[in-house]
Design a protein around this ligand. Structure first.
Ligand code: FNR
Length: 368
């Protein structure tokens, strides 16, 4: 593994290892994938204005996420079906995050159950990502199980009332390999557990979502969730100041700026482009998280400068997982931490508070 020195190296390796079915699913963005490339392009267009002679001998990347102390200001986004990448799937991923001291968000559509992931990494700061099913009893049960298993927040995904169309998945009729299941639904109905095992006319996942997810989701459902759980609620998938303000008014604990890794609505802004309007609107009333296209420590530094409290990565962890399970994810996350630490040192910051707005500008700043 010593010749793999950046996340892109792991991405390349994973692309050569994964079977087409899984690679298409992990890699793809929605429709023409305009936002998929924009997520990275927008980060590339930001420049760091480093400060010198500031004594950076002792540095810390520690921060707090929803009140929990974490060693790094980043974590792993919820991504479905991680056992397609490696037999150890979610267990390997959460253990790697636990070792690093970050945050792990488990997907509703995981191939390992809420309880098994909790047992694998009891010490890890774990949050549970929630999709709301038409069957509200099932949804409520998921929340109860997450509470009991020690998850510290619900990450409610609000950008997926229907699923975006990922063309490769539609073309090749994506299905979950038959030895895997949506582990959170075992015993709760064949349609929910094995509903992604066969496709009719396109991606089996899109058919599953159309059948089972509640497309009538509205702001009222935030109040519904709050009526039976006291877990903090994170709204994942917010891209406008209007929705960020509504979120704050509905008492959420954090706004998670995300375009779902560019897999839902194409032509949305890059997550990093949407971030400043949202931090400005939220005005510190709750935490702000971001994901989408982050693949190195400088990217993370840029989001922190623009006001994010935490940054998350989806695919980078999947690439590490594909390469070598837990060790691969550890290596990927370790690289991100080292890169962030080095960026901080070279930019003149010893802690995250010092990474402020003045340190990152759009490239146009230099071309006036
Ligand atoms: C996702 N994402 C996602 N989000 C969510 O809320 N629930 C989920 O089950 C999934 N599943 C999922 C699968 C795969 C393969 C990908 C790539 C993404 C979106 C995810 O949480 C996150 O927003 C993006 O992955 C962030 O972008 P990057 O880091 O992958 O560029």
């Amino acid at each position: 593994m010593s010749n793999l020195v950046c996340v892109d190296d792991f991405a390349r390796e994973a692309h050569s290892i994964l079977p087409r079915n899984a690679l298409d699913y992990y890699r793809s963005g929605a429709d023409g994938e305009v936002t998929l490339s924009l997520n990275k392009e927008a980060l590339r267009r930001l420049r760091i204005r480093p400060r010198m002679l500031r004594d950076v001998e002792h540095r810390s990347t520690e921060t707090s996420a929803l009140g929990a102390r974490v060693a790094v200001p980043f974590g792993v986004s919820p991504t479905a079906m991680q056992r397609m990448a490696h037999p150890d799937g979610e267990v390997a991923n959460v253990r790697a995050v636990s070792k690093l001291g970050g945050v792990y968000i488990l997907s509703t559509l995981a191939t390992t159950s809420i309880e098994e992931v909790a047992r694998a990494a009891p010490e890890c700061t774990r949050w549970f990502q929630l999709y709301i099913y038409k069957d509200r009893k099932i949804t409520e049960q998921l929340v109860r199980r997450a509470e009991r298993a020690g998850y510290k927040a619900l990450v409610l995904t609000v950008d997926a009332p229907v699923f975006g169309l990922r063309r490769a998945d539609a073309r090749h009729k994506f299905t979950l390999p038959s030895h895997l299941q949506l582990a959170n639904f075992v015993g709760l109905g064949e349609d929910k557990t094995n509903g992604v095992a066969s496709a009719e006319s396109g991606s089996a996942l899109n058919e599953y979502v159309a059948k089972l997810f509640d497309a009538s989701l509205s702001w009222r459902d935030i109040d519904w969730l709050k009526s039976f759980t006291s877990l903090p609620i994170v709204l994942k998938g917010v891209l406008t100041r209007e929705d960020a303000i509504l979120g704050v008014e509905h008492g959420v604990a954090a706004i998670f700026v995300s375009n779902h890794g560019a897999r839902q609505l194409d032509y949305t802004p890059a997550a990093i482009e949407a971030l400043p309007e949202i931090t400005a609107a939220v005005k510190g009333r709750c935490q702000v998280f971001v994901d989408g296209g982050f693949s190195n420590g400088a990217d993370i530094f840029k989001a922190l400068a623009l006001g994010a409290d935490m940054v998350f990565v989806g695919r980078p962890a999947l690439w590490g997982l594909t390469h070598s399970g837990q060790a691969g994810v550890e290596k990927v996350l370790g690289i991100l931490k080292e890169e962030l630490d080095r960026t901080m040192a070279l930019a003149g910051c010893t802690n995250l508070k010092q990474i402020d707005k003045s340190m990152v500008v759009h490239e146009s700043f230099y071309h006036k």
